[in-house]
Design a protein around this ligand. Structure first.
Ligand code: ZN
Length: 184
């Protein structure tokens, strides 16, 4: 039987690549994520895209707002998924999740029984996106909590961080939590 695969694409939004939190480590990774998404869509996998989403009025009063410059303000250009990927978010099998901080509110998302069934029945969750030590790590560890026995893969060449040290530590923590680190 064919494997049921979910491809989770974390925060590949303009602000994390060329926008407000411009990241030279992320820019060269984007074309590879596009390949990953294109292939996933062609194979009929469930594609899940997260979007970091902040409100202009309240961002400054959040914990993130205390240390991280404003980014991904709802309905701004920087909030959008990068243009190369955006068409795929409209596919029938794509799910777009907005999240107000590092980790998405998976408890709330899984109140949707269809989405919960897709995740719980998946043979494998394959993860890409930005940035490794913050939002990618937050999804990985939260999903590991929800699905302790599931194969979860982080593609090391489909993620990036703000420094080589942070990138290495993110991969190390993921590996310790039995996330498989693979090359796409
Ligand atoms: Zn944010």
């Amino acid at each position: 039987m064919e494997k049921k695969i979910i491809r989770l694409v974390v925060d590949v939004q303009v602000d994390f690549v060329t926008g407000a939190l411009h990241n030279d480590y992320a820019i060269p990774v984007v074309p590879h994520i596009v390949e990953f998404v294109k292939e996933g869509a062609e194979k009929g996998y469930t594609m899940v895209f997260t979007k970091d989403t902040h409100k202009k009025e309240t961002y400054a009063s959040t914990l993130e707002g205390a240390t991280i410059p404003p980014h991904c303000i709802e309905h701004t250009e920087g909030w959008e998924i990068v243009p190369e990927l955006k068409p795929y978010t409209k596919d029938e099998k794509s799910i777009v999740i907005t999240k107000e901080t590092f980790a998405a509110n998976w408890a709330k998302i899984f109140e949707n029984k269809t989405i919960y069934a897709l995740f719980s029945n998946a043979d494998e969750i394959q993860v890409a996106g930005f940035v490794a030590s913050i939002c990618v790590a937050s999804q990985l560890l939260t999903l590991r909590g929800w699905f302790p026995n599931k194969k979860i893969v982080l593609y090391s060449n489909l993620t990036a961080d703000l420094s080589p040290e942070e990138y290495a530590s993110a991969l190390s923590v993921a590996k310790s939590c039995q996330i498989e680190i693979e090359n796409y």
